[in-house]
Design a protein. Structure first.
Length: 334
């Protein structure tokens, strides 16, 4: 089968389109023909080897996919699954980890997967939309609703709003009736942020988001008022302390990652004096993913697709992610 493979960490030149043997199918597994696969912010990190995770090499990127069942392992429930069923996967393999991080991903023609990880796709969702949802949108759903409890009329600042998690966070906050202030690093991205529900936008390539928030809502005061109710910050690095300074008294800071650095400078004074709550969010559950697919079918949510192009163009798609030239999700069709 054809697959995008990297044998060593490095830049996108390490991604090669290769012919490799199709995966074997264990008794509890199914073999799936991949129809669409999407990239996430962690894919460049795995390629470049910039995390502490021990990615097994050679590796295939791509944690999110949708496709059709080709073959069932001997122990798989035949009353539940059959060849031809349209499925996507909950990509966290129990006891091992995430597809594309610790298990070979889905930038390939065929993938085998425990039947326990399968989710049935509703009839009216496309392979490309279903492949865009799991990791980024699943995490955003859990972060904005289950953990973050974002509500009507709250002011919600979303940093890095232009990525996979960010575009969904903006849509969910807007759906909740919040006033959304969305940050992006290029003018072309800002217009798109407004189209998906941002009330205000901040161009972080030109403006300091903390100064803009203080101008818009006032500097947070010990006695109440000023700042925003919620900051969504999975960027970390130099954005961490400024984002604390944007939060109103008893504000909530939601975090699911640290794209620009996990050990930023801290200023503890803001956390105690303003009684901030820092809310960590890690992953999501299969039922969240099913809920997202149903929201798409019902027309309540539209995955933001930056591009849909053939698997062979994975290196270009990956380079765009590295260069921050993506708005939403990059999908590859197989
Ligand atoms: N814990 C979990 O379960 C979980 C799940 C999913 C994702 N995550 C994490 O959440 C974060 C976002 O993931 P994603 O898939 O949405 O990523 P993504 O699509 O690459 O989006 C990240 C966004 O961050 C912005 N950004 C700001 N500073 C950046 C920098 N120094 N380098 C790169 N981008 C920067 C970029 O927008 P601008 O250029 O417009 O600023 C980009 O659109 C990542 O850290 C990821 O690891 C965690």
């Amino acid at each position: 089968m054809k697959a995008i493979v990297f044998h060593a960490h490095g830049d996108v030149d390490n991604l090669k389109l290769e012919d490799i043997p199709a995966p074997s199918v264990g008794a509890d597994e199914v073999l799936i023909r991949v129809r669409a696969v999407s990239l996430n912010g962690f894919d460049p990190m795995m390629l470049q080897g910039t995390t502490n995770l021990k990615t097994p090499l050679p590796m295939i990127p791509g944690g999110d996919f949708a496709g059709e069942i080709v073959e069932l392992g001997s122990a798989v429930d035949r009353t539940r699954w059959k060849p031809g069923d349209r499925v996507c996967s909950y990509p966290v393999i129990e006891g091992i980890g995430l597809l594309g991080e610790l298990v070979r991903g889905a930038c390939c023609e065929l993938i085998s997967m425990p039947a326990a990880n399968l989710l049935r796709m509703p009839d009216d969702i496309s392979f490309t939309d279903a492949a865009a949802l799991p990791i980024a949108y699943g995490t955003a759903l859990r972060m904005m609703r289950t953990r973050g409890q974002v509500k009507t009329d709250e002011k919600v600042l979303v940093l890095g709003a232009t990525g996979g998690v960010g575009t969904c966070a903006v849509q969910l906050a807007s759906m909740a009736g919040a006033e959304v202030i969305a940050c992006g690093s290029a003018e072309w991205k800002l217009a798109k942020l407004k189209e998906i529900g941002a009330t205000h936008v901040i161009d972080t390539s030109k403006d300091d988001f903390r100064e803009v928030i203080h101008r818009m809502y006032g500097k947070p005061s010990f006695y109440g008022g000023g700042g925003v109710d919620v900051v969504v910050n999975y960027i970390g690095g130099d954005t961490w302390v400024p984002s604390l300074k944007c939060l109103t008294q008893r504000g909530r800071l939601l975090i699911c990652g640290a794209t620009a650095g996990y050990d930023p400078k801290e200023d503890l004074r803001y956390i105690w004096s303003f009684e901030h709550t820092i809310i960590g969010c890690d992953g999501w559950y299969p039922e969240d993913q099913t809920k997202l697919m149903n929201m798409v079918v019902e027309g309540k949510l539209k995955p933001v697709l930056h591009s849909v192009r053939p698997l062979e163009e994975t290196p270009q798609a990956m380079q765009e992610l590295i260069d921050r030239k993506v708005f939403g999700k990059s999908v590859l069709t197989v």
